[in-house]
Design a protein. Sequence first.
Length: 221
Amino acid sequence: MTNEEILRHVDHTLLKAVSSWEEIKKLCNEALLHKTASVCIPPSYVQRIKRAYGDEINICTVIGFPLGYSLTEIKAAEVLHAISDGANEIDMVINIGDVKNGEFDRVEKEISLLKNNAGNKILKVIVETCYLTQEEKISLCKTVTNAGADYIKTSTGFGSAGAVLEDILLFKENIGKDVKIKAAGGIKTREDLVTFIEAGCERIGTSSALAILSGEGNKGY
């Protein structure tokens, strides 16, 4: 697999709280140069990127990030605002407390509402696998599928651990045929990138892909 093929699967990511506009512009310029799948950035920068780059760049942003326990109504409003500002893809975080309470119907309703608000834009659902049991992961595969989301995503990159290959294989066995997979967090080598893509990940969320592929090593998310 060539570097170019790998980068077509990468959501080039910068989600640190201290991210400056200069750093965001650098990320966008790198994404344009290397033809990554998207840039994944904080909601506060979506409109500025859209104004600066127009349709040249595919903008992904995050909702309810990184803890997921914002009220559903707030997340729904965030989605509408992000799309109005110019986002094409939304990565939402589920309410993990609802999962721990066994209230998968609440999780499904929330995802369904956010997908309705996203319309024809892509909705990725972050389930934060590091906090889940095997049974919860399987139940969430069904929940994400039933809610009509476009992707299931492993992690925020801000939890206690990131993506692991075993979870990708579990997802493949339990998601619907129209649901894709995104891995994020803890992907540190070129071998990791290739392995996750070949295992079935359509997208990889990372801030380190360019450093990894240039031989500089892992430098972030």
